[in-house]
Design a protein around this ligand. Structure first.
Ligand code: SF4
Ligand code: SF4
Length: 445
């Protein structure tokens, strides 16, 4: 029987229009913009200068500490600038710009499509390769993977859960990866399992992806310690805390790391990147994203080089009108529930970008907010058992201490409250704002 998490959640229409479109190779851009902030933690530090020639896969930035990640050239060519450039959110970040020429790869990278099944590296060697390849969580959070695989004092991992839920509507990149590269995902998972020690491997997949469940089960049959667990379709099942609850029935306490429950969660895309890093010596310079909309001609999955400007995807999709204006009102980086609106179309996609969602004026139009009718739907939908309406009121009143007492930091910004509210109150907008202010104050202190 399919499992699911025990608190809250919603059932949005999944709109996975691009699910049957195989992954296509996106053309190499003329210029890439590689931000030094592509991961959580300290930004990377450039080791190249303007005028340097680089090959694909070459190190261009070193990690600035343990919670950081290196960055590698995603194209070959000349470094044309190392300076502050606005990212897709419009925020200026230190960026290495490379003007592409040819497609000249480091010779150490194995570019053959042959799957390398045999694992010859020790757990220590696997860990080193993962950290040197700049692998970060590709489920959206971009947390450096080697940090998550590092044991913490007093905590022992018992399970490695591969997250194949992909519960955000519209997105299909993880699904396509499981369909087209399931074996590599399993090998990547097995590599991480060996780093963690003698743990059990579980792949959680929502039951709206029966083909992926079937295929991954077939591949998992070759690995003694792995099993596939089907999950009921429910958002936000891909959230780490919700996935651990769904698969193991264990709850992550407030202010605790998921590993405190004995589980480490990694995305299926991350497992694929780990396979490429360890078995093929390929650093994280590319990923798969979904470019989608309600227009059937713009529903694709692309394998892209990191640092490709967002605008290139829109041009390829035929999104702009002939006069160059955009016929979509909004481009969202990620899915509709947790993604962020793209403020700068010349900003680039990053290691962890999983989707670009193009929305029309009509689709982005919000209903006028009314009065709260005290229906408690927001409370029932909240997967963190928070009281969204109360948090909203406290946020409007600027009552920081009361917000913290009512666990504002437990909010995972899933948007379930906003989605459920019949009065269309901007619950998440206010909660997020207040949460960010509280976080800033906490950091200052
Ligand atoms: S956005 Fe925050 S408050 Fe709203 S449902 Fe999600 S976790 Fe709860
Ligand atoms: S869902 Fe909206 S209307 Fe219902 S209690 Fe929550 S805030 Fe009020």
């Amino acid at each position: 029987m399919s499992k699911t998490f025990s608190i809250g959640g919603i059932h949005p229409n999944d709109r996975k229009f691009s699910r049957d479109h195989p992954i296509e190779e996106f053309p190499i851009p003329k210029r890439v913009f590689l931000s030094m902030n592509q991961h959580l933690g300290m930004p990377a530090v450039p080791v190249v200068q303007k005028g340097d020639m680089v090959k694909v896969g070459q190190l261009i930035a070193e990690p600035a500490g343990f919670v950081s990640a290196p960055i590698h050239a995603s194209v070959s060519g000349t470094v044309s600038d190392v300076a502050l450039y606005p990212d897709f959110l419009g925020k200026k970040v230190l960026t290495v710009v490379i003007d592409t020429s040819g497609d000249d790869w480091l010779e150490s990278i194995d570019r053959s499509s042959e799957i390398k099944h045999e694992i010859t590296d020790t757990p220590q060697e696997i860990f080193k390769k993962i950290s040197e390849a700049g692998i970060v969580g590709l489920g959206g959070a971009a947390f450096p993977t080697h940090v998550k695989l590092t044991p913490l004092e007093g905590m022992k991992a018992e399970y490695l859960i591969l997250n194949g839920a992909e519960c955000e509507p519209y997105l299909t990149s993880d699904y396509r990866l499981m369909i087209e590269h399931g074996q590599e995902i399993l090998i990547g998972g097995e590599l991480m399992r060996r780093v963690l020690g003698d743990v059990r491997g579980i792949i959680g997949i929502e039951e709206n992806k029966p083909r992926a469940i079937e295929l991954m089960r077939k591949h998992a049959a070759h690995f003694l310690q792995w099993e596939v667990v089907p999950l009921k379709k429910r958002y936000p099942q891909g959230g780490e805390k919700q996935l651990i609850d769904a698969v193991l029935g264990r709850k992550v306490p407030s202010f605790s790391l998921p590993v405190s429950t004995g589980a480490v969660v990694q995305n299926v895309g991350t497992a694929y990147a780990v396979y490429e890093a360890v078995q093929k010596n390929k650093p994280l310079i590319s990923n798969v994203l979904t470019v989608t909309s309600s227009d059937p001609s713009i529903q694709r999955n692309y394998h892209f080089r990191t640092g490709t400007p967002v605008r290139e995807f829109l041009n390829a999709a035929g999104a702009p009108e002939q006069d160059g204006t955009l016929r979509f009102a909004k481009v969202v980086n990620g899915g509709p529930m947790m993604g962020k609106a793209v403020a700068n179309l010349d900003g680039a996609v990053m290691k962890s970008t999983s989707g670009l969602l193009l929305l029309t004026e009509k689709e982005t139009k919000r209903q006028e907010p009314g009065e709260c009718i005290r229906c408690s739907k927001c409370f029932q939908a909240c997967p963190m058992r928070l009281q969204p309406y109360l948090l909203y009121q406290l946020a409007l009143a600027g009552r920081t201490e009361a917000l913290e007492e009512h666990r504002v930091f437990d909010c995972i910004e899933c948007g379930c409250c906003l989605y459920s509210c019949p009065a269309h109150l901007p619950l998440l907008d206010q909660i997020r704002l207040a949460r960010n202010v509280s976080l800033k104050n906490k950091r200052k202190k």
